[in-house]
Design a protein around this ligand. Sequence first.
Ligand code: NAP
Length: 263
Amino acid sequence: MFAGKVAWITGASSGIGESLVHAFIKRGAAVVASSNEPSGLERVKEACGEKSAMVTCVPFDLSDTSGIKDIVDKQIKTSGRIDFLLNIGGISQRARIDETPLWLDRKIFEINYFGTIAFTKAVLPYMVKQKSGHILATSSISGRFGFPLRSAYSASKQAIHGFFETLYLENKKFNIRASVIIPGRVRTSISVHALESDGKEHGKLDDGQAGGISPEKAAEIIIRGMVRNKREILVGKGELMLLHIRRYCPWLFFRIADKIKST
Ligand SMILES: NC(=O)c1ccc[n+]([C@@H]2O[C@H](COP(=O)([O-])OP(=O)(O)OC[C@H]3O[C@@H](n4cnc5c(N)ncnc54)[C@H](OP(=O)(O)O)[C@@H]3O)[C@@H](O)[C@H]2O)c1
């Protein structure tokens, strides 16, 4: 399913995206790796050793959507095709609503939502032309319910569900698959880079994050979900139970959520 194919992965410089780069090249797919920082991408490419030639680094900033279409057009001309689009790049938040300035809400939406959909819109016509492709976007368990200190993050991830479910319904006639990845806790630096109310990084690995599954395990779960063509790919362990409680027993969810620290 993967050998000889081309996968474009955002957020490829770190965490889940980085592990996906390794998972794809191990299966014989060429990878176009994107993130904001070129040096992070080069490090990941180098770590692929003798398979590093299978990785092409294409850095771009998800918060600047103006040049994305040109970047995609140029790269797909070089790659010749695009089979898998994995929208993994994103940023989290650690700030209460009353202390979060509107520009910060917008910044989080620019990266997590507008950057992701601008990139997807640029790639989609190529998949429609090919009459094949699989597009994935990353939500979060807090894309299924609100969570203290994550107002804009949770809202931007909830928006991902609306967009990508619609993308699936509109494009299945072109043999295009779409899935939303819903991670619980994965041991990455997402909390370290999360934005506080002044726009500065949180700078800490939160306890919950530290106890999460490894990014390598997360990548394998995502690959398995792709093979099974799942609409939603749940990634994590016990914390995923909250999704089911929220859906089937909302009163119990709020009883649990009431106990979560909100400062
Ligand atoms: N880890 C978890 O527990 C968890 C839980 C729920 C959801 N998620 C989601 O999973 C995805 C991957 O996160 P992760 O856990 O792997 O965190 P991570 O290690 O911090 O990786 C985040 C990636 O996003 C990229 N990125 C951030 N801002 C960007 C921008 N403006 N332009 C381009 N790329 C940008 C980063 O690249 P640079 O370093 O170049 O900025 C990095 O490659 C995110 O969408 C996150 O919301 C993670």
